[in-house]
Design a protein around this ligand. Structure first.
Ligand SMILES: C[S@@+](CC[C@H](N)C(=O)[O-])C[C@H]1O[C@@H](n2cnc3c(N)ncnc32)[C@H](O)[C@@H]1O
Length: 270
């Protein structure tokens, strides 16, 4: 297979990746047939995956604008993915020129693509690192250069924690990051859940099996389990809610029912 310019040499293009599957759900072009095959298989069980992904991106953009409105000018986006339209740096720097943004992802395609998109942008950078090792993220050169941990930060963990198994202590990683942040920092989070999916869990579970088969397990957590990630934060209104219900720009009533799967919330450190 011919390797496109955006695909780093280090990657095995015969193995599907979570970030490229997500890119496919969002109509992006940074995916291979193996990714599209896995995505289509997951969509056989959960046809609303593109709608869920769009609702997730729309929430993220609203939350970034909210953070800028709260006076935040630094953003740490872990699990940033393959930038598609309306990225964190575009939204943040559009609303507040000079806002600092650091993207973090462990997927080489996501990192390479962010590097390309951010070329010439001195106020944004990307780190190849793993959420399960928060210290490496906090000690990385881009974070040291662009993020002043003595001032409030918006920490984005958007559609990433459902890829971290309990055995890898996602709650510990989130707590370690929280403890590094100044008071007034925000946690912006979304997470997949069977709650709200307009299908019986057994059927939606077929999509989970697809991720299991590609050795990137997708962990559906309950609302209660997701709420625990906000320990040490005060929830910003309206709390932990289906994505379209978080401070919508327009009334969400006519949205596709799938868009209401999973949960979104923003918390603030005291
Ligand atoms: C579904 S995408 C979400 C992208 C973006 N945050 C959004 O919501 O539009 C999940 C991203 O998290 C990344 N990811 C998954 N587990 C990770 C980990 N342990 N450390 C860093 N990145 C991770 C994947 O590579 C992928 O790019």
């Amino acid at each position: 297979m011919e390797r496109p310019a955006w695909a780093p040499r280090s990657i095995d293009v015969s193995v599907p990746s979570v970030s490229r599957i997500y890119d496919y759900y969002l109509g992006g072009s940074h995916n291979f047939e193996v990714d599209r095959e896995a995505a289509r298989k997951a969509m056989e069980f959960l046809p609303g995956l593109p709608k869920i992904s769009q609702a997730n991106r729309a929430f993220m953009r609203r939350a970034v604008r909210f953070a800028v409105g709260e006076g935040i000018s630094q953003f740490l986006d872990i699990g940033s993915g393959i930038p598609t339209f309306g990225n964190v740096h575009e939204v943040a720097q559009g609303a507040r020129p000079g806002a600092h943004v650091v993207y973090v992802d462990h997927d080489p395609v996501a990192v390479a693509h962010s590097q390309a998109v951010l070329a010439g942008n001195d106020d944004a950078d990307v780190v190849a690192a793993d959420l399960r090792k928060p210290r490496e993220i906090l000690d990385s050169a881009p974070v040291r250069r662009l993020i002043d941990l003595n001032r409030p930060v918006a920490l984005l963990l958007v559609a990433i924690l459902h890829f971290v198994e309990d055995a890898d202590d996602p709650y510990g990683a989130v707590a370690e990051l929280r403890d590094a942040l100044a008071p007034g920092s925000l946690l912006v989070l979304t997470h997949a859940s069977y709650e709200g999916v307009p299908l019986p869990p057994e059927r939606a579970g077929g999509a989970v099996d697809v991720y299991h088969d590609i050795r990137n397990p997708l962990i559906m957590r309950s609302r209660e389990e997701i709420a625990r990630f906000f320990e040490g934060y005060d929830m910003v209104e309206p709390g932990l809610v289906p994505m379209p219900h978080w401070r919508p720009d327009t009334a969400p009533e006519d949205e596709d029912p799938y868009a209401f799967s999973g949960f979104a919330g923003v918390g603030r450190t005291a």
